[in-house]
Design a binder for this molecule. Structure first.
Ligand SMILES: [Zn+2]
Length: 278
């Protein structure tokens, strides 16, 4: 009898915990669901095993096939590193399916989740596919070296997005012979200097980059410009920095050992540089 009573209480508590979890942590539940959601329905593109697509998305697979070699090479050259695992890109047949794997905004067109790279039809209908692919492949290259945890814990969000944009921009040649200040509009410059974007350099919450369902691109832009700035300060130290990060060294330590000062100091220098723009 006593045993039955304990069992009943245990069941009740477990149910309450589950209800609590579902109501307070909907994102966590979606994340767990996404992790275990099967990708078995994706077909492999004939002639390129890197590309997987859902029925109905074959024309997107053909389009991706035309530029993937070039995008992969651009990423490897810009980062001075190779992918440690084969690339797998999953092209979803609809935005809804994409969002079942990637529980971000409906406007997101591509993302690396749980070690897989997903693209939505939007990747092929809006903006530059090559730029998006290079951005996501940069995340993926870091993932193949560091795995999910090391990647999230070792490198701040702004740098992960900034380096992805740096590569998508075409790497060093984007700012070659041009002053970085010129890439910011008057409004963007004012917004950066007002301090209203400062949170971006400390947050670890990707949803901070999204407001009203739309990605706040100015955050990605200033982050990327700081990455370009670090590169242009010393291309050689930058190359070494990337090597150290890919080897698993923590960001702060790697920056300090290469640049001889911490990232806060370097960002202050970047801010002064932006302030002095004419
Ligand atoms: Zn990204």
């Amino acid at each position: 009898m006593k045993y039955k009573k304990y069992l009943m209480w245990a069941g009740l508590i477990l149910t309450m915990c589950l209800v609590g979890l579902v109501t307070t942590q909907p994102l966590l539940i979606k994340a767990i669901y996404a992790k275990y959601k099967s990708t078995d329905q994706f077909l492999t593109f004939e002639g390129d095993a890197r590309i997987k697509y859902e029925q109905g998305a074959e024309q997107y697979a053909v389009t991706l096939n035309n530029s993937l070699d070039e995008s992969q090479k651009a990423v490897e050259v810009a980062l001075g590193a190779k992918f440690k695992k084969p690339i797998s890109i999953y092209i979803c047949s609809s935005q809804d399916v994409f969002n079942e794997y990637v529980y971000l905004s409906k406007n997101v067109r591509g993302a690396v989740y749980w070690g897989k790279l997903f693209l939505s039809p939007g990747a092929f209908n809006r903006g530059s596919l090559a730029k998006l692919t290079k951005h996501e492949l940069t995340h993926y290259l870091f993932y193949t070296h560091l795995g999910e945890r090391a990647h999230i814990e070792g490198i701040p969000l702004w740098f992960r997005e900034g380096i992805a944009e740096f590569v998508a921009n075409g790497g060093p040649k984007f700012t070659q012979g041009r002053s970085i200040q010129r890439f910011l509009s008057v409004k963007e410059r004012e917004s950066y200097l007002s301090g209203s974007l400062d949170f971006w350099f400390t947050t670890e919450d990707p949803s901070d980059a999204v407001s009203n369902g739309t990605v706040n691109w100015v955050l990605y832009k200033v982050g990327a410009l700081l990455v370009h700035y670090l590169h242009d300060l010393s291309p050689q130290q930058f190359e070494e920095l990337i090597k150290k990060l890919l080897a698993g060294q923590r960001f702060e330590k790697a920056v300090y050992s290469e640049y001889g000062r911490d990232i806060q100091t370097l960002r202050s220098e970047f801010t002064k540089y932006i302030q002095n723009a004419h």
